[in-house]
Ligand binder design. Structure first.
Ligand code: SAM
Length: 273
């Protein structure tokens, strides 16, 4: 182990993870900005661009924490809805062949297309901070918060179209159980972030993560140990190819991954019928 990090026994891991996020919930967003120099916002935006959700789609965001993915999802869908309305209005004024051949659905034809996002997280404290944030941003329509374990999701099979887990899978004890759990959800896409050592600046990234992140954790969140644990858990996660294989083993097809910021973060996606 590096720098005397202790290894957390499997059975202890869930408890440890719970404590970590309970301790840092209040400062979680500030820490994300500090640790990634704000770049986590771009990573999350990228996830939404790759996902490209359309109105009516239902999202389950597991390990959703303080709601960043769900907020972006609802915003993105709202924007798509506005665009479709504008296009429909334009085509009413002056229909073109393209408009006529585009078979987009309108509210009149199909009824209102309600998108919704469920943020599911094992930690009540993270969800509480998320709800406060949603209230502050005035986001409430289509959004709900559910306490639940990624390894034993408390939902029926066909309630969602898209599944996301962002910066969450390395916190769970049995990764295969999580990917296995997703199998029970019909028609979904797995969006998964995976943090790894950088391909470009491995030395720099090592120095940054092992030395700077716990210091930032202490200064901002008053919690050195939690962030020391975070760095260690990143190291233990399988690499991009191996994780891709695990997703395929769970029955997904067209599994792809994109390395972001030189491989510091990767986005995995896949489909299941
Ligand atoms: N997705 C959010 C984001 O990108 O900002 C939060 C990510 S945060 C690093 C990891 C989250 O995973 C925490 O909120 C933690 O409580 C949650 N978590 C850890 N183990 C979990 C489990 N077994 N089931 C559900 N959530 C879990």
């Amino acid at each position: 182990t590096h720098f005397g990090f202790e290894t957390v026994p499997e059975t202890e891991k869930a408890k440890r993870v719970y404590k970590v996020f309970e301790n840092v919930a209040q400062k979680y967003d500030t820490m994300n900005d500090a640790m990634s120099l704000g770049v986590h916002r771009l990573w999350k935006d990228t996830l939404l661009h790759v996902m490209h959700p359309q109105p009516g789609v239902r999202l389950l965001d597991v390990a959703g924490g303080t709601g960043d993915i769900a907020f972006r999802f609802l915003e993105y869908v709202r924007f798509q809805q506005e665009r479709q309305k504008r296009r429909a209005a334009r085509s009413m004024q002056a229909p073109s062949w393209q408009d006529i051949s585009n078979n987009y659905s309108t509210e009149e034809e199909d009824g209102p297309q309600e998108s919704r996002a469920v943020v599911c997280d094992i930690n009540k404290e993270m969800l509480r901070v998320g709800k406060q944030k949603a209230d502050g941003l005035g986001i409430s329509a289509g959004l709900s918060w559910v306490v639940g374990d990624a390894e034993e999701l408390p939902f029926d099979d066909d309630q969602f179209d898209i599944y996301t887990i962002a910066f969450g899978i390395r916190n769970v004890t049995h990764i295969d159980q999580v990917t296995g759990c997703i199998v029970t959800t019909a028609s979904l896409m797995l969006r998964c972030f995976y943090e790894d050592r950088s391909f470009i600046f491995p030395g720099l990234y090592d120095a940054y993560s092992f030395q700077m992140i716990p210091v930032l954790g202490e200064v901002i969140a008053g919690d050195w140990k939690s962030y020391q644990y975070l760095v260690e858990s990143i190291r233990k996660f399988p690499d991009q190819e191996e994780f891709k294989g695990m997703i395929e083993d769970a029955g997904f097809y067209s599994v792809k991954y994109y390395n972001l910021t030189g491989g510091v973060v990767a986005l995995h996606s896949g489909f299941k019928l």
